[in-house]
Each structure stands twice: as structure tokens, then as C-alpha cells.
Design a protein around this ligand. Structure first.
Ligand code: NAG
Ligand code: NAG
Length: 373
């Protein structure tokens, strides 16, 4: 392993790396999906007027540093170093071929002044303002992301119409989903047609009144080939939530979630086709999502009020749903938690407790685990 990369590990600082796929060198990888890259060009936020005193607004400093990276286009990209300190800031956009490197003790803190948060134009895949543009070839690791549990719409990380994204070794405690993979909203997302694929989410710990690992509910461009593993969740609304809706269209396929521990959770596993609203009334009610090939295995939960809920669509039943080695215990040892509820779904279940719904346990379905994987 390159010595420079090793020093990141030892420091336990935080990095956000934006890669250009074509120039990325073939060495150390995060997840084996996105090649890591050394950055010979390094700049510090202090050189752009950054002040880490917790009071000075640093939006301009970040914007100017990133503007320089974007326009100077140094060979091999640029690392932007943020030394220890608390940097108050409004929103800023990242760019390609950059590493945002937080030294140990470096915090970027969102300003509470609403005038610093202008509305951004809606993404073409959303129709109305909602999220920020997604980015492909992105590595996020060793970050801590915090927002108050009662702050609305504060997802931790949303890969949106993005591919080759790796999110590892991070702690996220927010007021909405910790990580949600998305790809556009109803007719806008269908027209835009850009899926999220090849997403790895690994060694994430956190808590939220909403979902831990989520897909959706905006999945109109499709979400395929997602792997989430080694996830620890505490005080959650829903542990794992795959969600879509009529009018979304899009395919959700080949999603694997494994090695999850959850504690004090309202619903352990939820896969549902009736979640989330619509951008406007012009959505096509015949644009039905397809949900196929979802594998969940090696999941352990304690104090889980409801083990699982799978609600497919009558005209587009969910298929190839495979559950194996899942134990979701209720609030009280000895007392059972609410049983699984399922409709319009087929698949298989092996060693699942509490015993899941009949739709998943009928014997002719046991091939489901191998069919889609
Ligand atoms: C950041 O990107 C958004 C969306 O493309 C854009 O509306 C906004 O103006 C950008 N902000 C800056 C500071 O460049
Ligand atoms: C499913 O997704 C994983 C990534 O999570 C990928 O490695 C694998 O090749 C995909 N399987 C199929 C059959 O596409």
C-alpha cells in the first residue's frame, strides 16, 4: 500500500474523493470499485482565507479553492486540505478530480442562517427542486455526518443517478435516511433515464428516525447492483428500506444487504411500492416500478417492533426476494414481535425468525435465491 494512503488510515482523518474514471491509476481501491489516486497537487483551505474558529463563514473560501481546482485542472487532480478547526459554511459544490481531506479534528459546520442556503434549480430528473446533482466515481470515507434527529429532509448521503460510488467507514446520525440511493422522480426521472449502479456501502454506523440503508423512493432511472454490508444501526425508524411508488417506473434489481446489526428499531426490513409522493399530478399511473432480485442475509436485530413488511404492487409484484439467516427479536425477550406482513411478492426465505410470510416460504420458490444472483 502506498505510504501516503497509509498515512490517511493512521490519521483517521476523513476524505471525500472525486475521481475521474479515465485517469485513475490502478492501485489501492475503496471497495475495489473506484481506484484510489494520489494527489500530488495539494492546497490548504487556509490559503483561501479559511478560518476554523467556528464563527467565520467559510463558504467563499471553499468556493474559491474548488473553483481553482476545477479550472487549473492539475494533472492527477488536487487535494484540498482542511486542518483541524470548526469551519462554519454555507453549501458549496465539489468538482471532479479532487480530494476533500479533513484532518483529524476538522469539522465543517452548516450555518444556521437560512439566507445562506439559496434554492438550487431543480434537477432535470426531479422536475422540482429537491436534491443536488449526483456524481459518479466518488469515494466517501472516514466521515462523520451529524444533523439533529428532528431536522426534516436531512439525509446523510444520497448517491443519485450515480455510478461507482463507495461509501465506507463512516458514522451518520441524521434526521432522515442515513444513505439513500436514488435516480430521479416519476416522469422527470424516466425521461432523464440515468440509473444509479455499482454502489457499495460498507461499515456504516448510525441512527435516525427514518431508514438506515435505503433505496428510493425516487428510483425512476433505475437502481441496480448495490451492495451494503457491515451496517450497525441504533434507534432507527426502519433498518433497511427499499421504497418506490406507482408512477416511478424504473427497475430496482440486484440489491444485496448483508451483515446488519440493528437495535431499537420500529421496522426491521421494509420493501414497499407505495412510498413517497409525486412531483406533480402529471405522473403516469401506468409507469410501474419493477423490483427484482433483492437479497438480505445475516441480519440480527434486537428490540425490533415489527420484523418485516413487504408490499409489492398488484400489477407489478416484487420477485426474487431472498431472505436468509435473519433474526429480528422483539422488545421483550420471550414476547414475539409483530409478524411479517407481505403482499404481491415472491421469493424465498431460509432461516428467518420470526418466520416470514407464506409468500416467501412456499417450497417451489426456494430457487429465488439463486435465480437472480
Ligand atoms: C452548485 O450547483 C448548483 C446545481 O448545479 C448550482 O445551481 C449552484 O449555482 C452551484 N453553486 C455554486 C456556488 O457554484
Ligand atoms: C450484482 O451487484 C454486484 C454489486 O453489488 C455485482 O458485483 C454483481 O456482478 C451483480 N450481479 C449481477 C448478476 O449483475
Amino acid at each position: 500500500m502506498n505510504r501516503w494512503v497509509r498515512s490517511i488510515f493512521l490519521c483517521l482523518g476523513s476524505t471525500l474523493l472525486l475521481m475521474n474514471w479515465s485517469v485513475a491509476a490502478e492501485w489501492e481501491t475503496c471497495s475495489g470499485i473506484v481506484p484510489m489516486q494520489n494527489r500530488y497537487d495539494k492546497i490548504s483551505i487556509l490559503d483561501f482565507g479559511g478560518v476554523g474558529d467556528g464563527r467565520t463563514l467559510n463558504t467563499k473560501a471553499f468556493e474559491e479553492a474548488i473553483f481553482r481546482i476545477q479550472h487549473l485542472k492539475r494533472r492527477g487532480g488536487t487535494l484540498l486540505y482542511v486542518p483541524a478547526g470548526v469551519y462554519l459554511t454555507g453549501p458549496f459544490n465539489l468538482t471532479s478530480r479532487m480530494t476533500l481531506y479533513f484532518a483529524c479534528g476538522a469539522v465543517i459546520k452548516a450555518t444556521q442562517d437560512p439566507s445562506q442556503w439559496p434554492l438550487v434549480n431543480p434537477l432535470p430528473s426531479y422536475g422540482r427542486g429537491r436534491e443536488r446533482p449526483g456524481g459518479s466515481n466518488v469515494v466517501i470515507r472516514y466521515v462523520t455526518i451529524l444533523a439533529p434527529a428532528d431536522s426534516p429532509n436531512t439525509d446523510g448521503i444520497d448517491p443519485d443517478s450515480s455510478s461507482h460510488v463507495c461509501i465506507e467507514d463512516s458514522y451518520i446520525s441524521v434526521g432522515d435516511d442515513l444513505v439513500a440511493v436514488k435516480s430521479g422522480w416519476d416522469q422527470y426521472g424516466i425521461a432523464y433515464g440515468r440509473p444509479s449502479h455499482s454502489i457499495t456501502i460498507r461499515r456504516i454506523t448510525g441512527s435516525s428516525p427514518f431508514a438506515g440503508i435505503a433505496v428510493g423512493s425516487e428510483t425512476s432511472g433505475g437502481v441496480v447492483d448495490v451492495l451494503a454490508e457491515h451496517i450497525n444501526l441504533f434507534n432507527m425508524g426502519v433498518g433497511i428500506h427499499i421504497k418506490t411508488n406507482i408512477g416511478r417506473g424504473g427497475m430496482i434489481r440486484n440489491i444485496t444487504v448483508s451483515n446488519v446489526y440493528m437495535e431499537n428499531t420500529r421496522t426491521g426490513i421494509k420493501i414497499a411500492g407505495d412510498v413517497g409522493d409525486h412531483p406533480d399530478e402529471k405522473f403516469n399511473p401506468n409507469a410501474l416500478p419493477v423490483v427484482k432480485g433483492i437479497k438480505m442475509k445475516d441480519i440480527w436485530g434486537v428490540k425490533v417492533l415489527q420484523a418485516g413488511l413487504i408490499r409489492g404492487l398488484k400489477n407489478s409484484p416484487f420477485s426474487g426476494i431472498c431472505l436468509s439467516n435473519i433474526n429480528l427479536h422483539g422488545n421483550n425477550p420471550g414476547l414475539r414481535n409483530s409478524p411479517w406482513k407481505c403482499s404481491d411478492v415472491s421469493g424465498a426465505a431460509i432461516q428467518v425468525s420470526p418466520w416470514p410470510c407464506a409468500e416467501l416460504t412456499s417450497s417451489q420458490q426456494t430457487g429465488a435465491c439463486s435465480t437472480y444472483f
